[in-house]
Design a protein around this ligand. Structure first.
Ligand code: ZN
Length: 199
């Protein structure tokens, strides 16, 4: 009986030790910031060879518009055809910013981005779909404008800060290869929760 009590006491002590030891350790690792393994601490994912790239033509057409998330915003699904020319002697691989514009006012409603690969001295055309969000009361015609991002865009893993929490570092480091790929992809299309018929 005495022996059992002793064992129980020992168990409780071990549990308490684990609690008071591990919890502060977890808190500490969440607070310690280390350089982001995805962008190497720079806060941005770079474009390469985009200096010589110019946009020859942007064509866009609205595929559909729908009200999303209980009519919190209007989603525009746009078909975009980009024609880019790379005047430099090296291949370009980098970011292109896309802007959804209110056709009559010329104001930017939303921004998106895509990755384009343009071989040296070549004109390349790419057709793809992108989703933009706009205010619910946006009713007029819209158009898409584009701009070459020469410097790179903010890293998604660290939100452009260049630092991640120590406890998240192994996670990002292990998925580094695939994460770089996922940064190329547009925001996923969310299935409509509520669609109001357009008039
Ligand atoms: Zn980063």
């Amino acid at each position: 009986m005495t022996l059992n009590l002793g064992k129980n006491k020992l168990k409780i002590q071990r549990k308490m030790l684990a609690f008071f030891g591990i919890v502060p350790l977890l808190l500490a690792t969440a607070l310690i910031r280390v350089p982001c393994p995805i962008c190497g601490g720079s806060g941005s994912v770079s474009s390469t060879g985009m200096e010589g790239v110019t946009i020859s033509k942007v064509e866009s057409s609205t595929q559909s518009t729908s009200l999303q998330a209980c009519a919190n915003y209007r989603l525009y699904n746009m078909e975009i055809t980009l024609t880019l020319y790379n005047s430099s002697t090296r291949d370009a691989d980098g970011w292109v910013d896309l802007y959804l514009l209110d056709y009559s006012k010329g104001t930017i409603l939303d921004t998106e981005f895509t990755v384009e690969v343009i071989p040296a001295g070549t004109e390349a055309t790419d057709t793809f779909y992108a989703n933009f969000k706009a205010e619910v009361d946006t009713v007029g015609p819209v158009t898409v404008s584009a701009g070459v991002e020469k410097s790179g865009v903010a890293c998604k893993a660290c939100n452009g800060t260049g630092k991640v929490a120590l406890n998240a570092w192994p996670f990002y480091n292990s998925m580094k290869a695939s994460f770089t790929e996922t940064q190329r992809i547009f925001k996923p299309y969310n299935a409509p929760i509520f669609i109001q018929p357009e008039h």
